[in-house]
Design a protein around this ligand. Structure first.
Ligand code: UD2
Length: 330
């Protein structure tokens, strides 16, 4: 087996929220890393700690637009790639509902380009960022990988289709893969200003600024919140350590937490007086979501390290620092 330092890993979407934390782990393990990101929702600031590092190359490019051409150029100087982690995607479920064709173009079209590149260039393994959006509200709770995948959104359909493509490339061309279905990932670098951001980032932004927090529905709906650095470890384990080959695995914590509890805890940690208001349920929102952990534990040796309170503390510290840096730059 190669040492980590011998690997050259392509991370599509590597300037994004989960992508940039994954780059942190790969760099810490001594890999050479090539990031391809169109910076539509990612930020160069997410990779600032590696600026000018000789093992990191960042290419601003759209994966749906001649990916092979862009990579040919980059690998001519940096050497061939041997692994791929594929995050680049249109990540907002509501946008996929408004414009399914664009979701197909970016998420499925982009995945097709990445897989063709992998096949033609002898890539040893690809890790695909899938989503718990492949399950709908009828799935049993807790949801396991054996539960019926029947997406309730175009986003879920394109992620599930990506998994089928991986299976096809694996069976017919021998490409090794792992698909990870993320539950609700949270942590530093999740854009707090975006409408499409995760509930934790949105609530923290409001708590810090004193703005009202809106809870949709009665707030007793639940999610499985997993901290981003734990997710990055799972991704890199699958990529470099040959874990979970040929498998589709849910990545969460196995703990079911209500939105009301999240709101209360954030207000307490931030010592905030933001008022809470309730609004009608969002269309398409699922009521309960939490995963079983058996497969992630067995196949990846995955044990989440960051407890919810600790993760919320770290996220809050980041949201506060961002608020300061934004206000001092205007
Ligand atoms: C998450 C992912 C999505 C997909 C899905 C899989 C994010 C941002 N989205 O969607 O990509 O993988 O899981 O099922 O991670 N809420 C409020 N107030 C707010 C915002 C949200 O009450 O201001 C509620 C919302 O109604 C929902 C819960 O918080 O019940 C979580 O919402 P979310 O947008 O963070 O994530 P989710 O589960 O819809």
């Amino acid at each position: 087996m190669k040492a980590s330092a011998d690997h050259h890993v392509l991370v599509t979407g590597g300037a994004g929220f989960i992508g940039s934390h994954t780059v942190d782990v790969l760099m810490a393990r001594g890999c050479r890393v090539l990031v391809v990101d169109d910076l539509s929702t990612g930020y160069m600031a997410n990779l600032a700690r590696w600026r000018d590092h000789p093992r990191l190359t960042v290419l601003k490019a759209d994966i749906t637009d001649d990916l092979a051409g862009h990579l040919k150029h980059a690998t001519a100087s940096m050497g061939p790639l041997d692994r791929i982690i594929h995050f680049a995607a249109q990540t907002a479920v509501p946008l996929s509902v408004d414009d399914p064709a664009n979701d197909i173009r970016v998420n499925l079209g982009g995945t097709a380009q990445v897989l063709e590149y992998a096949r033609r260039n002898g890539i040893a393994k690809i890790v695909f960022a899938s989503s718990s959006a492949v399950y709908d509200d009828d799935a049993p709770v807790p949801v396991s990988e054996a539960s019926l995948a029947r997406p309730a959104s175009p986003y879920g359909i394109s992620k599930l289709s990506g998994e089928f493509y991986l299976d096809y490339y694996s069976r017919y061309f021998g490409l090794k893969f792992t698909a990870l279905r993320f539950m609700n990932v949270y942590g530093p670098r999740q854009d707090p200003k975006s409408h499409y951001s995760g509930v934790i980032s949105i609530f923290m932004d409001r708590a810090v600024t004193g703005a009202p927090i809106t809870i949709f529905d009665d707030g007793e709906q639940t999610r499985d919140f997993v901290f981003v650095t734990d997710v990055a470890q799972a991704v890199v384990g699958a990529c470099l350590d040959n874990r979970g080959d040929g498998e589709i695995i849910n990545i969460g914590t196995g703990l079911e937490v209500s939105v009301n509890l999240i709101a209360r805890t954030i207000l307490e940690l931030a010592q905030s007086n933001s008022p809470i208001t309730y609004a009608p349920a969002r269309v398409g929102d699922i009521r309960r979501s939490v995963t079983t952990m058996d497969k992630a534990t067995r196949s990846l040796g995955f044990v989440p390290q960051v407890k919810l309170r600790e993760g919320l503390d770290q996220t809050l510290a980041w949201v506060r620092a961002e608020a300061v840096s934004v206000s001092s730059s205007v």
